[in-house]
Design a protein around this ligand. Structure first.
Ligand code: PRT
Ligand code: ZN
Length: 226
């Protein structure tokens, strides 16, 4: 029948820095997920929900294309994808339901420790390696600095030593990685946490009711953790 409700699809990171906390959040909201399953889709036993376990980079697009209904992802990844899609004139709509209390980090510019650095004008004419070219480009534009951006999907922190770049723009939490690579943090350009997002135009009544049931539980879990 045309009125039949689909199961709510929630995208989360399969394995990485957000997966344990995302799983724990769902578990404490009462979702019974079979964690032994190594598959892409995990069925929630006690609710009309399917969990899709994917690369974190894929989550914003799955929501913005309306393929998944909810997702948990770092704001850094979300904002980067959103900026890229706006440039490409692709759909970039989503709603943030909740800023979560895990996945904290900052996107920072770092330069070799021995280098003197006063302010962002020191980056003029330099080459900066990053996994977040759109966020970096936005910052440089705001600062009125012209620099070359080199996009690397990994090993950004070794780029200066390898002679690929003068500086880097990468995620930092403790600062140990920068330290180990002889780099110092000189500018924080973006502060990030994990967020729960929803796709636009979600209008299935049962799905909306389910989300309205989950949100107070998420708020309750977060208050209890404070
Ligand atoms: O496989 P998949 O693509 O899903 O995972 P991934 O390897 O792309 O991402 P993952 O699991 O490393 O990170 C997922 C999200 O966690 C990021 O998008 C951030 O929102 C958040 N997060 C929080 C971090 C960090 N803290 C973090 N420290 N992501 C990465 N790092 C890395 C950073 O890139 C650097 O290499 O950790 C290193 C720095 O850490 P410190 O403690 O040495 O400063
Ligand atoms: Zn990733």
């Amino acid at each position: 029948p045309a009125t039949e409700s689909k199961r709510l699809r929630i995208a989360m990171q399969k394995s990485g820095r957000l997966s344990v906390d995302s799983q724990a959040l769902f578990a404490s909201c009462g979702l019974k997920i079979n964690l032994r399953e190594q598959r892409l889709i995990a069925h929630v036993e006690n609710m009309a929900i399917d969990i899709l376990r994917v690369r974190d980079d894929d989550i914003p697009g799955l929501i913005m294309d309306g393929v998944c209904d909810l997702g948990i992802v770092g704001e850094n990844v979300l904002e980067e994808e959103s900026l890229q899609r706006k440039l490409d004139n692709d759909s970039a709509d989503y709603t943030i339901l909740k800023r979560l209390d895990f996945g904290s980090c900052r996107l920072s510019i770092a330069v070799p420790q021995e280098e003197s650095y006063a302010n962002s004008s020191c980056l003029e004419g330099k080459t900066i390696a990053t996994t977040y070219p759109r966020l970096l480009a936005r910052y440089l534009k705001q600062q009125g600095v012209n620099a070359r951006i080199v996009t690397l999907k990994g090993s950004v922190e070794v780029a200066p030593r390898a002679g690929l770049a003068d500086a880097i723009c990468d995620l930092v939490s403790t600062g140990a990685t920068l330290d180990a690579n002889g780099l110092k943090e000189v500018e924080v350009i973006y502060r990030s946490k994990a967020v729960l997002i929803q796709r636009k135009n979600l209008c299935d009544d049962k799905q909306l009711k389910l989300i309205n049931k989950l949100m107070p539980r998420i708020n309750g879990v977060m208050q209890a953790n404070e």
